[in-house]
Design a protein around this ligand. Sequence first.
Ligand code: ZN
Length: 151
Amino acid sequence: MRTQRQVVDYSLQKRAVLRELLAGRVGTYDVCDASPYLKNAARFHGEPTEERCPICRSENLTHVHYIYGDELKQSAGQARNLVELPVLAMTLREFQVFVVEVCLGCDWNHLVEQFLLGRDGLAGDGSEQGAAGVNAPGAGPAHGRRREAQR
Ligand SMILES: [Zn+2]
């Protein structure tokens, strides 16, 4: 998505949890604890993936996108379909998205990543173009130095 920024990836944490599980330091009951709310969100707003569940290996994971931010008011904390996010990103200045993977087979769930979306991300593009203009050929102190050398 065009305005996506400040991405935080949680795949290291996920691998750590899976390692703990393999080592027997945590049980599947500890990690396969998706709440009824999360499972409902996955059913109604979830984005199907091609990725197999790392625990039961019988279902594909579903990604749920939760949105947070002051501008969302009563919608803050709700799950949204992936197709709704670019529309929101053009309407709002800034909001936070949390992506959670869920297995509807065994209730495994883990945070995948978080990032910011919103129109404020577009403002950054404009200032970069402005900075490039300063370095245009012919401009800058090079002329002054050349005149010094001729004297
Ligand atoms: Zn599973």
